[in-house]
Design a protein around this ligand. Structure first.
Ligand SMILES: [Fe+2]
Length: 282
């Protein structure tokens, strides 16, 4: 199954799949999170994986045997990684089961690709600082959006309510920086240029300023080229992802017109197909 075919399949939830699945294979795709992956063996000693997959609605266990084309890929799945499973689904002997399945890891790397591309166009930008900023800009969300051990419920917590992810991110970066300074390797860093202390401040500034305005929760406005670039990289990736999801799941009011959705204030319109007459070589 080619990737274009997989992306044409209807995207549904586990609960919806349970309602429609039977013995006859049916084509769908699901966005899932890996809750656990356990390696087991059959009575004849052949290895297989039991992968517990969850979405916001439900969960199921996918058993992947060693003769499955995705057995090696499954071995690389880590807890909490996001995947798309697209294929023919049946409600079989082992419950919900995808056949002729295709798996695609969903990466948080899109922002890094975008930051690296922009650093290529504006070579005076500090690319390494941009990448560090992408990696750490929302790290406080590890505390702000603390999901429960199982499932997708997100309980309220005082830390998130009272601080928010930007102050938490600043604290985390500072803590990690201090911990690194306590390692023997840090003795040589006193000779580095620019000084580590200055780099720390620039990275903290990226975290602090990435929302772009006081109104959206940044305690300071962007004051360096990397800070303003990171703010826009964050914004463009969030907005384009929002549009992508709306085209997939939004309500079509008329051909090519999709109903407005939160937080977007207006209806949106189907785009022209992507055209790359002059692909850029990477
Ligand atoms: Fe943020």
């Amino acid at each position: 199954m080619e990737d274009t075919t997989a992306s044409d399949l209807d995207l549904i939830t586990i609960t919806q799949l349970r309602q429609v699945a039977n013995q006859t294979p049916q084509p769908y795709r699901l966005h899932l999170q890996v809750e656990s992956r356990i390696e087991k063996a059959t009575s004849s000693g052949s290895p297989f994986f039991e992968v517990k997959l969850v979405d916001a609605s439900d969960s199921f266990v996918w058993r992947v045997f060693d003769n499955h084309p995705l057995f090696q890929d499954t071995a690389k799945l880590t807890r909490n990684s996001f995947i798309q499973l697209a294929g023919q689904w049946v409600d079989g002997k082992y419950g919900l089961e995808p056949r002729q399945v295709q798996m695609r890891a969903e990466h948080v790397a899109q922002m890094i690709r975008c930051a690296v591309a922009i650093a290529g166009v504006y070579p005076t930008l500090n690319r390494d600082l941009m990448i560090a900023g992408v990696l750490f800009h929302d790290c406080g969300k590890l505390w702000e959006n603390a999901y429960a051990e199982s499932g997708f419920t997100m309980p309220y917590n005082l830390t998130a309510e009272m601080l928010g992810h930007i102050p938490l991110g600043l604290e985390l970066v500072n803590k990690m920086w201090r911990d690194m300074l306590d390692t023997p390797a840090a003795a040589e860093w006193t000779l580095l240029e620019p000084a580590s202390e200055t780099v720390r401040l620039h990275l903290l500034h990226l975290v602090a300023a990435h929302h772009g305005t006081h109104e959206f929760g940044s305690p300071v406005l962007p004051k360096t080229p990397e800070a303003i670039a990171l703010h826009h990289v964050d914004n463009i990736d969030a907005k384009l992802e929002m549009f992508r999801r709306a085209y997939e799941t939004g309500k079509e009011l008329a051909p090519g017109i999709i109903e407005k959705f939160m937080p977007w204030p207006v209806n949106i319109v189907a785009p022209l197909p992507a055209v790359n007459l002059f692909p850029v070589k990477s």
